[in-house]
Structures are given as C-alpha cells and as structure tokens.
Design a protein around this ligand. Structure first.
Ligand code: ADP
Length: 864
C-alpha cells in the first residue's frame, strides 16, 4: 500500500516503477539516494554503507547514498558492470515548492549511451546496437553516441554467430524487442559482455527521418526507429550530432566472422587478450584518437570494392614518397584533439570551457594540414582536401571569446576573454579598481594610524575588514573604526567607506560570474550550428591520420603496394607474417612465396610441429586483409584477388581459447565456414579434425577437403599432421601438397620455416625424441614400430571416395552427418544409426558448451 509511505517515498516509488531496469539515483540535497532493493544491491556493488530511514511504514526503509559531487565515480562503476543508472533531479526550486519538490529522471546512463570522457576509451568506439530480427535475418544499427556515428547492417545466419560477431565488435549494449530480450537473456551466454535492453517501438519519428533517407530495407528502418526511441527514452534531449545512418552493404565489405577475427588476432591477441600482438597494434601509428578509432573500424571491416582499395593504396604510396610533407602532417595532427567527442559534448550541451579551447586549438592546425595535403596529387588527397573546411571564422570567434587557460568548470569564472563583452569588462574593471582601491587604503590607514602591522583582509561571513593586533589597540582611531569581530590576539574593524567599496566589489563579482556563465552558454550554443561541418572535418582528419599511419608503417617495415588480381590469382613473392616478423628479435623471419590460381586453389600443408604451418596460413590472410583495408603488404611482390570472406578455423587440440574449444565448437565453426564460403573466399583450416581419434579426424579432414574442392572451390590452405592425406593430390586436381621444411644439422633439429612443394618427411617426432637423449634402445624400437605402422597404413589407406558420389550425399548444413556419410559408412551398423538419429535431433545452436559436451559423451558411450 502506497499510502503508508511519506509523500517523498511515494514520489520515489512512482518514479522507480517507471525505471525498473535501472538504479534510481534520487536527488536529495547534496546526495543521490537509493532506497529499497536498489539500496541493498548498490551498497554491495559500490561498497558503501547501507543505512535505513523512516519512510512512514512500519519497517524502516533500506537506504544508501552517494554525494552529488563525487557521483561520477560511482556511476562509472555501475555502468562498467553493465547496469543502468537513472538520474533523478529536483526540477523546481525547493524554496518555491509546495509539498514535495518535483523530481524527474533527466537522463538514463547505460553502458551503450555513455558519452563522458571518464567512461570511455579514447581509442575505441563505444557501441550500442539496435536489432530487428526477422527469421534468420538480423538488421542492426550500430550507434556510437559519443561520436554520432550510425552504421546500418543486415546479417543472415545463425543467432550464435551473430552474437559472437556483435561481441567481437565491442558492442556494450543491445536493444531489441521483448522477445529477443527474453531469448538472449535466458539462452545466450553473453558472459556479461553486453547488457540487453528492451524497446518495442520501431517507427522512425519525424525528427529523426533525415537520418534514415538512405535506408531502404524495412527491417533496417525498424532497427533505426527502435534505436531512436531508445535514445529518446534514455537521454531525453536533442541529438544534433547524430550523423545519417550509413548503410554498410554486405557486398561492399569483406565479411569476417567472430572466430576468424579472433583467430587472426586482428584487434586483440589471443593469449594476452590485449591489443598488443594484434594486427591493429602493428598498424597503429595514428596521431589522434579519432584516427585510432577509424583504423580499428577499417581493420574490422576490410573493403570489397577495388576502386576504394586502389584509392587508399594510391594515397599511401604518395605519402610514402613525400616523407617531409608526411612528417609535417604528423606534427599538425598531434595538436588535433578528439573533435568527434568534443562535438558530441557540444551537441549534448555539456562541453566545458576547456573543451572549446581544445576545439579552437584543433581548428588552428587545419590550415597547415590543408596546405600539406594540397601538395599531394591524386583523387583521395583532393577529396580529403575538399572535406577540410578550416572554419577560420569559428576559430577566431572562439579565440576572441574563451580564455586559453579556461577551467573545466563553468561556474568558476575566468572563462570569457577581455574585449568580448563590454558589460563584463565594465564589471571586471569595477572589481579590479575596487581591489586596487583597497590595497591603497591599507597603505593609507597604516600611515595615518602608525600601526605597521595593520592589514586589510576578507572572509566570506564578514566581508572586508581592517585587522589590528591586540598590542596595537591603543592606536586605533575609535571615532572612525567600527568593531566587527574579536579574535584571540586581534580585533577586526570596518569603516563606512570600506563597506561601500565592498558592496561595489561584491556586486561586480556576482555579476561577473553570472554573466560569464550566461555568455559561455551563448558561445556554446552558437558553436552548435557548425556541427555538421566540424564532423566532416573530423572525419577527413581521421582518414588522413589512418593513411599516414599506413604509410609510416609500410615504409618502416618495407611493405609493398599489392596488385589487385582480377582472375583469382595469388602470387606473393617473399611474403611475411607482419606481426611475427615484428616481434622476432634475434632470428630473421624467413620469407615465403605463395602461389595459387584456379588450377591450384588448395594447398595441403604438412610439416613437423612448430615448423611454421599456422604462420604461413595466417600470413596469407593478413596480407589479404591489409590489402583490402588499403595498406601495403609484407612481401617483396604481391598480387592477390579481393576475398569476399575469410574463414579461419583451428583444430580443437590447439585449444587456444582458454579451454573453451571443444571438438563440438570446432565442428560448428567449420560448418559455418563450409556453408557460407564462396569461390571468392579464403579458407584456412588449421589441423582440423585433430580433436578426435585418428581415423575419425582423418576421415573428417579428407571429406572436408573433398567438399571444398568440389563444391566451393574457394582458395584454401589446409594444414594437417595426417601425412596420409597427401595422397589426395593424386585424385584432386586443384589440390597441391606443400610442406614446411626442417633439417637435422649437427645433431640438432633446425626449422627452416621454408615452404616447399611436395610432402614432409614424417620421422621428425622420433628425431626430436633422440635430441632429448632418450635411450638408443627406445629410439631404435620406435623406428621399427613406426615402419610397421607405415606398412599397415599403406595397406589400409582409405580409398579416396568417388568425389561425385560424395557430392550427392553431402548435406550442406549438417557437417557431422556429411562427414559421417562420405567416409565411415562402410563400418556403420544399426547402433550407429541410432546414434545418428539422436545426433540429428539435437538442437545444437541452442545448447550451451556444457550441454553439448554431455550430449556428445552420451553418444560416445552408446557407441562403445
Ligand atoms: P606450426 O603451425 O607448424 O606448429 P607455427 O606456425 O605455430 O608452427 O610456428 C611456430 C613458430 O615458428 C612461430 O611462433 C614463429 O616464431 C616461428 N616461425 C614460423 N614461421 C616462421 C618464419 N617464416 N620465419 C621465422 N620464424 C618462423
């Protein structure tokens, strides 16, 4: 029953009812208070004291609070933990309020909508994503509120891969309808990486329609509509800095799924989980935070449009040639601040005076930057030049209005420059004169009274006073001095003329701070009209920054400009893995060639462990990605086609992902690659099939190779330790064997890291054992056993399936079934048929890894 509570608690409860999914920060004087469950939970998370208060009911109400002035840190903790915070302020003057002061939620701070510096990473975007789902189509809009960027996508595929993709892009918050909310919250393991919010409404309101003019797919429009409603609901203000939704058409980009991104260590290294050791880390020589974010976006979304790739490559080449111009550009870029986020703050109305100074400083670098870029030939350079309006007038205006040393706070004064506003200057003069007059008065009184230690001071309660120490009291002119305050060893006095001056000074100061505040708000408001132009400028600067970074890195590591091949040919001479090369200290990286064309589109790579198989495969993928983001590539010479997708799969035994990689996951990933790849894709399969028993694994590996060879014809590199598979070269015309060589030299095994056509010598395992000084008897015996095995294998070698027959049998979406059919069918008995049925019935996409393990275990036991 509401009525049992005090009116204030009733007000609290009714506001809380509308904000169930957020911590309600309820403003009471200088504190934000929380009550009931919010208080109990927040006290725990924030490690603050839980108290209670009387709220009119029988029981006391749990309560905790944080001071308004230090609330930022607490909000940060909550938001970083995935929670939302609804800020509820008093919206009327408590002095004028009748009854309980009116309060309203003025903003809801959520993980995906933060724009405050201390809640954001400089060099990373902070994404909120809004989703509209229609069967297996996901339309979604990525929004970074702190920069105003909106990007629209469509994705077709299974839910799990889609979520992985979102998480790999660093999405902090997901907005969907109630169904998605329930579905994902209950069934999908987001591991606290992103929070899910609900917004049902999907129509695009009129005031946002200018942001969606380029959007045609209806589901995408709905996703955008949902996003805008959510922004409205949480932020409760206008968004002048939101840029139109850029529709990222699928056929204009290289598609990379989350597994591949992770396996290729594009933005994060697998072991350390940090940026270090990733491709992004290697390529990042950007000077600005905006450039760093743009680079990350480019790395995550390589292009599939030859013209744009060439355009970028051209500018990289020009900048490599123009070392001095590039160096001067770099100097200028260093003084460009994070304009995108400054603009967002201006639009939000919370830019500080210092932010405006940073904006001005950034603008002052533009003319020099423009002059430099104007000296560079080419289409892209002039495009950037055109987008770089220097906004001289705005720079001058800001320079005339705001002090260079302006504070962060807007209430402190000291913001507006002299000469900007006559009235303000007048008040400042008055205050200055008054202060000078007081300094003079002190001198005068000293002489007149003869009290050398007499001084004039000021405090907030008594204002200006004349202070005389006890020992000098006899010299005080009692007729003029009026006593004001007595201290332990001094008396304080005022005189009528001092009072009068004080009035003038204090009045002036009050007016100054009031007027400075008003003027600053005006200045900030005025800047708003420049937002679109400034955004264009910011985007031009960030692109220039990325390209200069490419040029710097390409020059430093001797990369070359690749040629985009039109006929699917890969011809890389002296190629290197850029990151491995960079982190190698003592040894030299051994360059390798890669040649592929339509008659040779699959390489089966063998070689001892640690020889460099994975490195060789990744080298090709990274080279392709570098080309498709417009950077030079690590090789002496490189020609390669644009790939529409790259798939990288790693055998489960490698277990790279902290124990998560079970055989089931490996198969799921492989399934995804096989069903989505086209002949324009690149597939890297590293030791696939390794996570199960030898014959199983080999059978799967072989059938996967056959499938790709016949059905997909994608460029494929397949590394394996199953030497038996090398016989496939005889039956599959476009498959070729290569191996990574190693030799024994003076009794030690030396990895040459050189990739050569043909197949590897298999006996290195025993050689390694020999190196480890195992007894000669053991080694000799092992060699004999090995020979026996080899003989047996020759007799038993699995016949290569009639490929066309396999083709008939293959079921595209059910890899395990397909693998089973094409290879093991000879041995199948009824029991196995049963197991198959069970397997078919599993709803794999809805299972947790643990459930999958259990199911797998059950099937396995049945077969025993
Ligand atoms: P594999 O996949 O054959 O087990 P990796 O590709 O993981 O082997 O390579 C093992 C190590 O060998 C790498 O970590 C790297 O240090 C080194 N390596 C690989 N390729 C080269 C190369 N071309 N030149 C120099 N060192 C290399």
């Amino acid at each position: 029953m509401m009525s049992q509570y005090t009116p204030m608690i009733q007000q609290y409860l009714s506001i809380k009812a509308a904000h169930q999914d957020a911590f309600l920060f309820f403003r009471l004087g200088d504190f934000y208070e929380m009550f009931f469950d919010d208080a109990v939970q927040a006290a725990q998370i924030l490690e603050i004291t839980l108290t209670s208060r009387d709220g009119g009911s029988q029981d006391r109400i749990p309560m905790c609070g944080v001071p308004y002035h230090s609330s930022a840190g607490y909000i940060k903790t909550l938001v970083e933990n995935g929670y939302k915070v609804a800020i509820c302020e008093q919206v009327e003057d408590p002095k004028q309020a009748v009854g309980v002061v009116k309060r309203e939620v003025i903003q809801i701070i959520t993980p995906g909508t933060v724009i405050d510096d201390h809640l954001l990473q400089d060099r990373e975007n902070n994404y909120l994503v809004s989703i509209e789902r229609e069967n297996d189509l996901f339309a979604y809009v990525l929004c970074d509120l702190s920069t105003g960027e909106l990007k629209g996508y469509t994705y077709i595929g299974n839910q799990l891969s889609f979520i992985q993709l979102l998480l790999s892009q660093g999405v902090k918050e997901i907005v969907g309808d109630e169904e998605l909310h329930t579905d994902w919250n209950e069934k999908m393991s987001l591991n606290g990486q992103a929070s899910i919010s609900v917004q049902q409404e999907t129509t695009v309101e009129e005031k946002f329609q200018h942001l969606t003019i380029d959007i045609t797919p209806l589901p995408l429009l709905k996703a955008a509509g949902r996003l805008f409603h959510y922004l409205n609901y949480t932020q409760k203000r206008s968004f002048q800095h939101l840029k139109p939704v850029e529709y990222q058409q699928n056929d204009l980009r290289m598609k990379l799924d989350a597994f591949s991104k992770r396996n290729l260590e594009l933005t994060e290294s697998i072991r350390a989980k940090g940026k270090k050791g990733s491709l992004l880390w290697l390529l990042d020589s950007t000077m600005t935070a905006m450039g760093a974010r743009k680079l990350k976006q480019w790395v995550e979304e390589p292009l599939f449009v030859k013209k744009t790739i060439e355009k970028r490559l051209q500018l990289v080449e020009e900048l490599i040639n123009e070392f001095f111009i590039r160096e001067e550009m770099k100097e200028q870029l260093k003084s460009v601040y994070d304009m995108e986020r400054l603009i967002a703050k201006i639009s939000y109305g919370n830019a500080s005076p210092r932010d405006l100074v940073q904006l001005k400083r950034s603008l002052l670098s533009v003319p020099v930057l423009k002059e430099k870029i104007s000296q560079i030939p080419g289409e892209y350079a002039s495009e950037i030049y055109e987008k770089m309006k220097d906004h001289k007038e705005l720079a001058q205006f800001l320079d005339s209005a705001v002090h260079d040393e302006a504070p962060v706070q807007i209430k402190e004064g000291g913001i507006i420059k002299k000469g900007y506003n006559a009235k303000l200057d007048e008040y400042k003069d008055a205050s200055m004169n008054g202060k000078a007059w007081i300094a003079a008065l002190e001198q005068k009184e000293k002489t007149e009274t003869g009290i050398k230690s007499l001084k004039i001071g000021f405090n907030k309660i008594f204002g200006y006073y004349i202070e005389v120490t006890k020992s000098n009291l006899s010299m005080v002119p009692a007729e003029r001095y009026e006593r004001k305050q007595t201290l332990a060893n001094a008396e304080r006095y005022v005189t009528p003329e001092l009072k009068e001056k004080e009035r003038i000074i204090l009045e002036a100061e009050e007016k100054i701070s009031g007027l400075e505040h008003t003027l600053f708000l005006e200045v900030r408001e005025y800047v708003k009209q420049y937002i679109p132009g400034l955004q264009q400028l910011a985007s031009a600067i960030s692109e220039l920054d990325v390209i200069q970074s490419f040029a710097a890195i390409s020059e430093q590591y001797r990369y070359v400009r690749p040629t985009v091949s039109e006929d699917g040919k890969v011809n890389i001479v002296g190629g290197r893995h850029p990151v491995v090369e960079k982190v190698m200290d003592a040894q030299e990286y051994v360059p390798n060639d890669i040649f592929l064309n339509n008659e040779r589109n699959m390489l089966l790579i063998t070689g001892p462990n640690m020889a460099g198989k994975s490195t060789y495969m990744r080298q090709l993928a990274l080279t392709a990605i570098m080309m498709q983001i417009g950077c030079f590539v690590p090789a002496e010479q490189a020609e390669l086609p644009m790939f529409d997708q790259i798939f990288t799969r790693i055998g489960a035994a490698d277990d790279l992902v902290g124990g998560q990689s079970t055989f089931m996951v490996e198969m799921l990933e492989t399934n995804f690659a096989l069903t989505s790849a086209t002949e324009n894709s690149l597939i890297l399969l590293d030791e696939i099939g390794r996570g199960t028993s030898t014959y199983d694994g080999m059978a799967l590996a072989q059938s996967i190779i056959e499938f790709i060879h016949e059905r997909i014809q994608a460029k494929t590199l397949f590394s394996t330790h199953y030497h038996e598979l090398t016989v496939l070269e005889n039956s599959l015309p476009s498959l070729k064997n290569v191996f990574v060589s190693a030799v024994e030299e003076n009794g030690s095994l030396v990895f040459l890291h050189k990739v050569i056509d043909g197949q590897a010598d298999k006996s290195f395992g025993i050689q390694v054992a020999e190196l480890a000084d195992l007894p000669q008897d053991v080694i000799q015996r092992a060699k004999t056993i090995l020979q026996t095995y080899e003989k047996q294998e020759k007799n038993e070698a699995l016949p290569i399936q009639e490929v066309s027959a396999a083709k008939e049998e293959v079921q595209e979406s059910q890899l395990s079934l397909f693998a089973e059919k094409s290879t093991v069918s000879r041995k199948r008995d009824l029991k196995e048929n049963d197991v198959l049925k069970d397997l078919k019935a599993l709803n794999v996409l809805e299972m947790t890894p643990l459930e999958a393990m259990n199911a797998l275990y059950k099937l396995h036991t049945k077969l025993k």
